[in-house]
Ligand binder design. Structure first.
Ligand SMILES: *Cc1c(COP(=O)(O)O)cnc(C)c1O
Length: 213
């Protein structure tokens, strides 16, 4: 935790960005409450999970009495889980199609919950990956606002494995500018320092904090 935080601060300084401008999302998927508790005790408050069901089993107890914990959904969302996801999460980073946008809008209204939302972009246009295609991303963000009434805060991506991530991070930054959104969720254990150099406002780091899954 300390090492990851220090590397983020260093990457911010090297990019001449203000200290603290990048949020660390600690990705606790697959780890149980016993592994997560020491990280909370070390002061970490923002966590990411990729499965609604797993998060629902772990987090209500872990966050009890800690209203400052912020939980991000970073995995794919099925529309039959929208109700549960809206109830549990503070931020959903994986809005990637109209059906989900419509379902989330309905649940947000029904539960009266202020939820922060990101659109996931399939930045490498990989068939096996979730996310809206890069060429459709700007129009989709506009539709989320204008047709679904959703306020999109930023874009999220996972670049192709084993490729230089820099050009993909740069593309996400360009799409965010065109879409008129400010936040960029990009960078994982292998490339979070690079992501900070390319303008990430949050990085999602799992194994570098919790160990191998
Ligand atoms: C698992 C996961 C991460 C964290 O990956 P690490 O390589 O363990 O840091 C980040 N983002 C998403 C969407 C993930 O599913």
């Amino acid at each position: 935790m300390a090492e990851v935080s220090a590397k983020i601060r260093q990457a911010e300084a090297e990019a001449e960005r203000p200290a603290g401008s990048v949020t660390l999302v600690a990705v606790s998927k697959t780890f149980d409450a016993e592994a997560i508790r020491p990280v909370i005790e070390a002061g970490q408050r923002v966590f990411g999970e990729n499965r609604v069901q797993e998060a629902t089993a772990k987090w209500p107890e872990l966050r009890a009495g800690r209203p400052d914990i912020e939980l991000h959904l970073i995995g794919p969302l099925q529309s039959n889980k929208a109700k549960e996801a809206v109830a549990l999460f503070d931020v959903i980073e994986t809005v990637d199609r109209d059906k989900i946008a419509a379902e989330l809008a309905k649940e947000i209204a029904r539960q009266g919950k202020a939820l922060r939302l990101y659109v996931q972009v399939n930045i490498g246009s990989e068939p096996q990956k979730a996310g809206i295609a890069p060429k459709e991303a700007v129009a989709f963000v506009a539709r989320c606002r204008d047709e679904h009434g959703l306020d999109i805060e930023g874009l999220m991506c996972i670049p192709p494995l084993d490729e230089n991530p820099g050009p993909y991070f740069a593309l996400l930054e360009k799409l965010a500018r065109e879409a008129g959104v400010e936040k960029l969720s990009m960078g994982m254990s292998a490339d979070y320092e690079t992501a900070v150099a390319f303008g990430a406002t949050s990085v999602r780091v799992g194994s570098a904090i919790f160990g191998h899954r």
